[in-house]
Write a protein that binds this ligand. Structure first.
Ligand SMILES: *[C@@H]1O[C@H](CO)[C@@H](O)[C@H](O)[C@H]1NC(C)=O
Ligand SMILES: *[C@@H]1O[C@H](CO)[C@@H](O)[C@H](O)[C@H]1NC(C)=O
Ligand SMILES: *[C@@H]1O[C@H](CO)[C@@H](O)[C@H](O)[C@H]1NC(C)=O
Ligand SMILES: *[C@@H]1O[C@H](CO)[C@@H](O)[C@H](O)[C@H]1NC(C)=O
Ligand SMILES: *[C@@H]1O[C@H](CO)[C@@H](O)[C@H](O)[C@H]1NC(C)=O
Length: 367
């Protein structure tokens, strides 16, 4: 950066007649500084440096230690997957910031006092580092013709002050990351983007698997396939709830984009065992954004599991449903309310999604 700026200033000086000595008060340079983050060789290089595995500081990891959004530095059309990576970086800042808060707020005894292994804090630090590396990969995937979104402020409440809630939320976040990465594959235009999404989803699955085995002492397996849900941005919207209002850099694009602003959905914990065949009563948790059900229309609770989906008629008068007994009780089940069976289009989804993790011990400790 500095070399570039110096050249610009030097040229500027040459263009001012008689300005062969530096003016005492130089006018502010109009040329915007190009962030060094635009240079792929700046800072620790992902998969070459061990930084994104073994940085052990409590301070922000690179590139999160350089928080600003990066304006476009070149004119021209956006790269084919820029929007996808902007959305993904928006989600990554949420996830990174969650782990960063855990690294800052906890230490080894926070987790050993819960009976978790003495390696737990170290693994959380390492996951934080991996997430920083993902952030760097996404920054680099965005073209110079597009804005690279910066970090906002995030409000995780007790999820980052209570170590048990933190561990449970971590497992759910890793599971949802896997699900939105899989869904984003459907949107990616470039084969190289698809393979990086796959590679990162694998890492999230390893994080999740570690938690399931080492912390929760349950089977980590999800049956033969994990769950695919077609509408990634609807999942991203559920991570956007952690973004503190009006806290993002002004040039950040909206997150996610596009955003259907679907009503957020949950369930009454006492209504269900979360296992296939169990009744479940849904709730719509944002009083300012409630679903609009029309009289005489049919609605469905559409459940996605593995590569399948099953729809059951949904009665908005009581919000009750039954988790399809056909499903294997492994992995995750994702449910939305739709106005067409199977939720065949993004627009047919009218509320949700909700993640049901078939390791109920984890979910119940979040609730
Ligand atoms: C984007 O800009 C940076 C900084 O000017 C430069 O190092 C990099 O090579 C550019 N990337 C591409 C793909 O042109
Ligand atoms: C951020 O961290 C990187 C890697 O340690 C370092 O090179 C850089 O100087 C840091 N930047 C700031 C602003 O602290
Ligand atoms: C962790 O933090 C607690 C509270 O601040 C402190 O009492 C404890 O000694 C720390 N444990 C370690 C291993 O640093
Ligand atoms: C962690 O626990 C293992 C046994 O479970 C023990 O061998 C090891 O020394 C412990 N490490 C630390 C840093 O306490
Ligand atoms: C079902 O959900 C709707 C939308 O939030 C709410 O207005 C209604 O009271 C709920 N029904 C019951 C029986 O809780």
């Amino acid at each position: 950066m500095s070399l570039f700026i110096n050249i610009i200033c030097f040229l500027g000086l040459l263009l001012i007649p008689g300005s062969h000595t530096l003016p005492i008060t130089s006018p502010p340079s109009k040329a915007p500084a190009i962030s060094p983050l635009r240079n792929p060789d700046y800072g620790p290089i992902v998969d070459q440096s061990s930084y994104y595995t073994s940085y052990s500081g409590k301070e922000l990891a690179f590139p999160a230690n350089m928080t600003t959004a990066l304006p476009a530095t070149e004119e021209g059309p956006p790269g084919p997957d820029d929007l996808l990576f902007q959305n993904l970086l928006g989600a990554e800042w949420v996830i990174y910031s969650f782990y960063q808060a855990g690294v800052e707020n906890f230490n080894e005894s926070s987790f050993t006092s819960l009976g978790a292994p003495n390696t737990t804090y170290g693994r959380i630090v390492e996951i934080r580092d991996n997430e920083a590396g993902h952030g760097r990969v996404f920054q680099e995937a965005i073209s110079n013709t597009s804005v690279v979104p910066g970090r906002c402020n995030y409000d995780f409440g007790p999820l980052v002050t209570d170590p048990a809630a933190f561990l449970a939320a971590s497992t759910i976040l890793e599971i949802s990351s896997m699900a939105f990465l899989t869904a984003l594959l459907l949107e990616a235009k470039l084969p190289a983007s698809k393979s990086s999404l796959m590679a990162i989803a694998q890492t999230e699955s390893r994080h999740e698997t570690w938690g399931l085995i080492d912390i929760w002492n349950v089977s980590p397996f999800a049956g033969p396939t994990d769950t695919v849900y077609p509408y990634a941005n609807q999942i991203l919207t559920t991570t956007a709830v952690f973004v503190a209002p009006a806290s993002c850099p002004a040039i950040n694009p909206p997150f996610p984009a596009p955003n259907q602003n679907l009503p957020l959905m949950s369930y009454k914990t006492e209504s269900t065992t979360l296992l296939p065949g169990s009744p479940i009563t849904f709730t719509f948790t944002d009083p300012t954004n409630q679903p609009k059900f029309k009289k005489g229309e049919k609605y469905f609770a559409t459940y996605f599991h593995g590569l399948n989906s099953l729809s059951v008629e949904f009665n908005p008068a009581n919000n009750n449903s039954v988790i399809p007994p056909e499903f294997e009780s492994r992995g995750i089940i994702l449910v939305v309310i739709s106005d067409m069976p199977g939720a065949p289009t993004m627009e047919s989804v009218i509320a949700g999604p909700v993640f049901i993790v078939e390791q109920p011990v984890i979910v119940n400790s979040v609730a």
